[in-house]
Design a protein around this ligand. Structure first.
Ligand code: FAD
Length: 410
């Protein structure tokens, strides 16, 4: 079968590309091929409401089950693409016939990284990227009183919050000297460390895992660099992803830690676009550096750009990056990219559990992390979009409404 547009990866970016094509009136044939067997679903709830059981699977579908056929989008589940032939314009599928395309959209996301130490493959050691991953964890939770989470990033911390609320004894191991070190400033790290400890989670910083120990093939403990053994019935590894781009790079596409795309999301292969977690793109909010952004908004925005390119009505892209995380009753909302900041202003009092961090680079606002602070999140977007140079004292003063600063820039 040959499709006018073949999308590989039926997650956020892939699904949105198909949706956007039809929304813009595209009449060609569109197929959405993915290696999972489910209908396209939202990934953020996996470490939040789906893990906790508050939302059943049907409520995290990206579109209702009958949407796809109704829009003449061919869903091809269970297709794992292993190679791309850009000359023949075909993709090879593991254990299945190859599929032809006129235009290929690569939206394969990433694969959760695993530990490489002894014991990494014992039963009871999990990663959290797909519905199947969560279902496997949930099946074991009844018999797992002690859970050790390796990695203090957003996914590890969100899972820690859910598991603590499920009354598990949870330990978070972070190799660095603070949680969220890769993505947020120190005041936010310290705030979340304190919150987790207050909820009974043990947070260990500077903790190196050297091995996992088992009994009868099932994990029973985590060995640390200083020799200590932590008992564990379950281990969750949340140490990031590796972008799923091997078939594209093998076919000659430029890239490395992701596949390189230009501002129109084109890879270096003819007729091949890429979007989402797997795509490496120069970003003006990162001072032009080529980065991968792992967020729903980025995947959706890039998918919208590709759809507009395909139908021939190009659109501006690169809106301000947005992200969110939910832990306990805390709603964190992020605007912009804080990496590369040289100053952080704390706006409000973290002990009230409602505050914002405003990140500056050379006096200009580049990002905000807003905890239970919707107003700053909404109003801060304009400051980041414009890269405004603002008075530090005014930013810190909660009596000053952020949107008024746009008129008072220094
Ligand atoms: P995905 O949604 O991962 O979709 C890729 C799809 O391609 C997958 O179904 C994958 O199985 C499939 N695939 C991979 N390789 C192949 C292949 N060779 N052939 C066929 N199919 C393939 N972002 C936020 O903004 N806020 C959040 O709160 C948030 N929470 C998250 C919580 C969790 C647990 C996870 C895992 C992610 C979270 N994210 C969050 C990140 C967000 O989900 C991702 O940025 C987003 O899903 C990226 O979309 P994507 O289309 O690039 O990849």
């Amino acid at each position: 079968m040959i499709y006018d547009v073949l999308i590989v990866g039926a997650g956020h970016g892939g699904a949105q590309a198909a949706v956007a094509l039809r929304q813009h009136g595209y009449l060609g044939t569109v197929a959405l091929a993915g290696n999972e067997t489910e209908l396209p679903y939202e990934r953020p709830p996996l470490s939040k409401e789906y893990l906790s059981g508050k939302k059943p699977f049907e409520r995290i579908l990206i579109r209702p089950a009958d949407y796809w056929a109704g829009r003449s989008i061919s869903l091809l589940p269970g297709r794992h693409v292993v190679a791309v032939d850009p000359d023949a314009r075909t993709v090879a599928v593991q254990d299945g016939p190859s599929i032809g395309y006129a235009t290929l959209v690569w939206a394969a996301g990433g694969v959760a990284r695993r530990l490489s130490c002894p014991g990494h493959d014992l039963a009871g050691v999990h990663t959290l990227r797909s519905r199947g991953d969560v279902d496997r964890m949930v099946r074991e939770l009844n018999s797992s009183g002690r859970v050790v989470i390796v990695g203090g990033g957003y996914i590890g911390l969100e899972a820690a919050a859910v598991l603590a609320e499920l009354r598990k004894q949870v330990t978070v191991l972070e190799a660095q000297d603070r949680v969220l070190a890769r993505v947020a400033g120190e005041p936010l790290s310290r705030f979340f460390e304190a919150e987790h400890r207050a909820h009974g989670v043990e947070v260990r910083l500077g903790a190196a895992v050297v091995g996992l120990e088992g009994r009868n093939g099932h994990v029973s403990g985590v060995r640390l660099g200083d020799g200590e053994l932590l008992r564990a019935d379950m281990v969750l590894v949340g140490i990031g992803i590796a972008p799923a781009v091997a078939p594209l790079l093998d076919a000659g596409a430029k890239g490395g830690n992701g596949v390189t795309i230009d501002e129109k999301c084109r890879t270096s292969l003819p007729g091949v676009y890429a979007v989402g977690d797997c795509a490496l793109q120069s970003n003006r909010f990162a001072d032009g550096a080529a980065i991968r952004i792992e967020s729903v908004q980025n995947a959706n925005d890039q998918a919208a750009v590709v759809a507009r390119e395909i139908i021939g009505t190009p659109a501006e892209q690169q809106t301000v990056p947005l992200f969110w995380s939910h832990q306990y009753d805390l709603r964190l909302q992020t605007v912009g990219l804080s990496g590369g900041s040289d100053d952080v202003v704390v706006r409000g009092d973290p002990s009230t559990r409602s505050f914002s961090l405003i990140y500056l680079r050379q006096g200009r606002v580049i990002a905000l992390d807003c905890v239970n602070m919707m107003r700053d999140y909404v109003q801060g977007r304009a400051l980041v979009a414009a890269g405004l140079r603002c008075d530090r004292a005014a930013l810190a003063d909660t009596g000053v409404v952020l949107k008024t600063l746009a008129d008072r820039q220094i």
